[in-house]
Design a protein around this ligand. Structure first.
Ligand code: ADP
Ligand code: MG
Length: 246
């Protein structure tokens, strides 16, 4: 079943167009990576799916329902940010419980969900700490835990590993693959500019490109499996970006 569908979606900031004519289907349970060079509009597109950027042009559907005018809290999505975006004054527990408290879930349900997520991510021992007493990798786990407790239909990740050192990045990549396995019905949309990460994680890659100059729009260069894009690049930009064999 289709989880996310974009039809003729475009985005302007003021008079500057940053995305044009985006058509895309992401299936339930699919791991979809938005890959492309810096500035091509990956984060903007992800934020539009999350609802923290407006979609005024085109149709954005999640689970078949039109989302253009639906508030972020009412979309079944959860986002993990590059800089973690934890609340510094709250403990790990409170950070993870926050969204559920806002949604007025019963206290015992919140407690159960936070503890199950903490166990999954092996951060049970950190629940009473504040973010400043955590390492980068631990902070990222908390950010992922905060997404898990919402039991979303769609997980959105914006370069979640780019602030971690190389060894930890490879380790966390495995954890994200495990998360995909554990939440088999959820769709994952994962933004990165790192093609190795994309190749390792994606069922489907959406390779975006910016135009040849700053006035030209971000658009989809090719959609396919990692092997499709690598072995059958549909144009020189794709071949160049992925370092495909000549
Ligand atoms: P990426 O994530 O691929 O690096 P972004 O989606 O962050 O790209 O940005 C795409 C383009 O949109 C860039 O040119 C960026 O400067 C511009 N942009 C992003 N957010 C805003 C904003 N809030 N206002 C104006 N321009 C923006
Ligand atoms: Mg970005």
């Amino acid at each position: 079943m289709t989880s996310i569908s974009l039809k003729n979606v475009a985005k302007k900031f003021g008079s500057v167009s940053v995305l044009s004519d985006i058509n895309l289907e992401i299936k339930e349970g699919e791991f979809c990576v938005f890959l492309g060079p810096s500035g091509c509009g990956k984060s903007t597109l992800l934020r539009m799916i999350a609802g923290i950027e407006e979609t005024k042009t085109g149709e954005l559907r999640i689970g078949g329902e039109l989302m253009n005018d639906v508030l972020p809290a009412d979309r079944r999505v959860a986002m993990v940010f590059q800089n973690y975006a934890l609340y510094p004054q709250m403990t790990v527990y409170e950070n993870m419980a926050f969204g559920l408290r806002q949604a007025k879930r019963p206290k015992d349900e919140i407690d159960r969900r936070v503890r199950v997520a903490a166990q999954t991510l092996q951060i049970e021992a950190l629940l009473d700490r504040k973010p400043k007493a955590l390492s980068g990798g631990q902070r990222q786990r908390v950010a992922i835990g905060r997404a898990i407790v919402r039991q979303p239909a769609v997980f959105l990740f914006d370069e979640p590993l780019s602030n971690l050192d190389a060894a930890l990045r490879v380790h966390m990549r495995t954890e994200i693959a495990n998360l995909h396995r554990d939440f088999a019905e959820a769709s994952m949309v994962y933004v990165t500019h790192d093609q190795t990460e994309a190749m390792a994680l994606a069922d489907k890659i959406v390779l975006l490109r910016a135009g040849p100059d700053v006035q030209t729009l971000g658009s989809v260069a090719q959609v396919g499996t990692p092997l499709d894009l690598y072995h059958r690049p549909s144009n020189l930009f794709v071949a160049g970006f992925l370092g495909s064999p000549a």
